[in-house]
Design a protein around this ligand. Structure first.
Ligand code: AMP
Length: 279
């Protein structure tokens, strides 16, 4: 396994043998089983696999969130070596954003809802960094998690719009035994908060059950979830949404197909989760 920093080094390895297929898993590190599930899928689908680790400053709209974001590169490297990854790309901030950097990629409509409202500039930061990662690495396939459903949908749109060559693969959300979606931010929860954080999954499951039992009213589904979250004293709702999975526009009435998603603060830590119904 090679660990590389520069764009030139990535390209040299990637194109050593042009007939091999490559998978790329872009991450911000602090790897957990959710990330590893993407890596495992990439190892199945491709001849070679690369993982990028870069805590992307321009997608953080909150400085405190960026500063407290967990970093554990040595542990990450060990985990990836064990899985049999071929390359780890750890670009520096200087490599990704050299002096006078001024080019951004902005997907318009689909980033104006959900995380786009709650975290101004976040999605533009994501699409810009993913553009550069894909442009430099040119993987056959790139892997993203359904955990960040809007991010996955926006990247698929961007790749279609700008005719990137890579195929975008979206993999299911990995969860702890009690349902909490795995996230690098979970390590920041204290034991009491960790317990409280299960409220997101409980709310989503309640909405899913109601939908499966025939409930189609979007407002009612949101009320159900709101009541469950509000009953947890450590939780504060940022948003709860029932949106069209295709365009991410909020559904006002009947939900036949829906992306049910939420962002909830547990103490200071903002967690997101989602499920789909009818898809
Ligand atoms: P991050 O390091 O948070 O930027 O995540 C890197 C990739 O891993 C993104 O495509 C995420 O959607 C994905 N990911 C994060 N958590 C999970 C999870 N629990 N299950 C599946 N994929 C995940």
């Amino acid at each position: 396994m090679e660990i590389v920093e520069s764009i030139e080094a990535v390209r040299a390895i990637r194109w050593q043998n042009p007939s091999l297929t490559w998978g790329l898993v872009p991450t911000m590190g602090a790897l957990h089983e959710g990330h590893l599930s993407l890596v495992r899928q990439a190892l199945i689908d491709n001849d070679r696999v690369g993982v990028s680790i870069f805590v992307n400053p321009i997608q953080f709209n909150d400085r405190a969130d960026l500063e407290r974001y967990p970093r554990q590169i040595e542990q990450d490297t060990r985990m990836l070596a064990e899985l049999g990854v071929d390359v780890i790309w750890v670009p520096s901030e200087q490599t990704m954003y050299p002096a006078r950097f001024q080019t951004y990629v902005d997907v318009e409509l689909m980033t104006r809802s959900l995380e786009g409202v709650a975290r101004p500039g976040h999605m533009r930061g994501v699409t810009t960094v993913v553009s550069k990662l894909l442009h430099v690495f040119e993987p056959t396939r790139a892997y993203f998690g359904q955990k960040d459903a809007q991010q996955a949908a926006v990247i698929q749109q961007m790749v279609r719009d700008l005719a990137f060559r890579s195929e975008i693969m979206v993999c299911p959300t990995w969860r702890e035994a009690d349902g909490l979606a795995m996230s690098s931010r979970n390590v920041l929860l204290d034991p009491v908060e960790r317990q409280a954080a299960t409220v997101l999954y409980r709310a989503l499951m309640t909405a899913q059950r109601a939908w499966l039992n025939g409930e189609r009213n979007a407002q009612y589904l949101k009320t159900l979830m709101t009541e469950i979250i509000q009953a947890e004293p450590l939780a504060r709702i940022d948003y709860i949404s029932v949106a069209d999975p295709a365009d991410l526009i909020e559904i006002e009435r009947q939900v036949e197909q829906g992306l049910i998603s939420m962002a909830v603060y547990i103490g200071k830590i903002r967690l997101i989760d989602n499920i789909t119904v009818g898809v």
